[in-house]
Design a protein around this ligand. Structure first.
Ligand SMILES: Nc1ncnc2c1ncn2[C@@H]1O[C@H](COP(=O)(O)OP(=O)(O)OP(=O)(O)O)[C@@H](O)[C@H]1O
Ligand SMILES: [Mg+2]
Length: 344
């Protein structure tokens, strides 16, 4: 698949300074990875000049905004004589979206005459889940009022924050996290274009850390490439640039917690933590994952999970990292005592 670097959209001299998420934002529907069924359906709507009102929803960084921008671009290319600003109005959460402003802007936009016969205009309401219930209620009427020559596309992360009345006026498309192999393929093409070398393992780890968010994966990739210029990106570079603990460190901390004396554990773990700049919250997340891979009796596991959940909660409330690290060590020591008693 060919990857565009947005050069058609902007001057090519500006491209090099763009963050990669923007530089490699797909400009056509075909270039969007993983959402094949959706892009195919949208393409056939476009081919038939029959776009319904749309509601695109799903987790961040999965291609919703990219998709509708590609639709808007496809419309502009089809009607080159009409300017794109006369065909598409984009409003997002950073715009003033009180209902009177939305109504006025949509009214102005829709009523502006175009000299060329375009089938419909497109109003994009990005981050629609941030609109108040009142604004959504008024939007129902607006959608109906302007349906003759305008199509609305609402985009959001949380479908349950969109009123049922609006949902029923739109064709809904759910964007799932992209397929990991396709994410890998895209990251590999991008590193090639950027003339950066990267180990496949490192790219796979970036995808794992991103949890299906393509935007996050590109941001991590670019940050790592910039933090370690002229080097082949490897696993350690990814851990270092994201502050994520490496599996080796997590294993060593877990071993310390399970086996070392309580008096030495604190110093040992604190040293790793300070050397690598790890946050206790990240360590807890990774220790929790690592615990699923070790053998423990169910009682001990229950005690430890409860201890870690409490610490995570207290850290979120602003508790001291060092005191909570001591609490973690204390929790493991108690669990070990219980295990020993049960064995005797
Ligand atoms: N399916 C995809 N195919 C290719 N690139 C993608 C895809 N999804 C996201 N990206 C990349 O991630 C960036 C952000 O994507 P986009 O703005 O479309 O996300 P979104 O779904 O609208 O997220 P949010 O809900 O946070 O607004 C894009 O610029 C693009 O580089
Ligand atoms: Mg978006």
């Amino acid at each position: 698949m060919q990857i565009s670097s947005g050069s058609e959209a902007r001057g090519s001299d500006q491209i090099d300074f763009l963050p990669w998420v923007e530089k490699y934002r797909p400009s056509t529907l075909e270039e969007i990875i993983s959402q094949r069924d959706i892009t195919k359906t949208l393409q056939s709507f476009l081919d038939q000049n029959a776009l319904p009102h749309l509601l695109l929803y799903g987790p961040p960084g999965t291609g919703k905004t990219t998709c509708i921008l590609a639709v808007s671009r496809a419309l502009s290319t089809r009607y080159p004589s009409a300017s794109s600003s006369s065909m598409t109005l984009e409003l997002n959460a950073s715009d003033d979206r009180t209902i009177s402003t939305v109504r006025d802007r949509i009214k102005d936009f829709v009523s502006t005459k175009t000299f060329f016969s375009i089938p419909f205009k497109l109003v994009i309401l990005d981050e629609a889940d941030a609109m108040t219930a009142d604004a959504q209620a008024a939007l129902r009427r607006i959608i109906e009022q302007y349906s003759k020559n305008t199509r609305f596309c609402l985009i959001c992360n949380h479908l349950n924050k969109i009123s049922l009345a609006i949902q029923s006026r739109c064709t809904r498309f759910r964007f799932g996290p992209p397929d990991e192999d396709q994410m890998l393929g895209r990251l590999q093409s991008i590193v090639q274009l950027e003339k950066v070398q990267a180990d496949t393992d490192a790219l796979k780890e970036i995808i794992k850390i991103s949890e299906g968010d393509m935007r996050t994966s590109l941001n991590i990739l670019q940050a790592t490439a910039m933090a370690f210029p002229n080097q082949c990106i490897q696993l350690e570079h990814v851990y270092a640039s994201t502050g994520n603990p490496s599996p080796k460190d997590v294993r060593s901390i877990l071993e310390t917690l399970l086996n070392a004396k309580i008096s030495t554990s604190y110093e040992r773990i604190l040293q790793i933590k300070q050397e690598k700049g790890y946050a206790l919250r990240d360590l807890i997340t990774h220790l929790h994952k690592a615990m699923t891979t070790i053998k423990l009796d169910s009682n001990t596991r229950r005690v430890l999970l409860k201890c870690m959940a409490d610490i995570e909660y207290r850290l979120a409330a602003g508790a001291s990292e060092n005191v909570q690290l001591a609490a973690l060590i204390g929790g493991f020591a108690l669990a070990r005592e219980q295990m020993d008693k049960a064995r005797d």
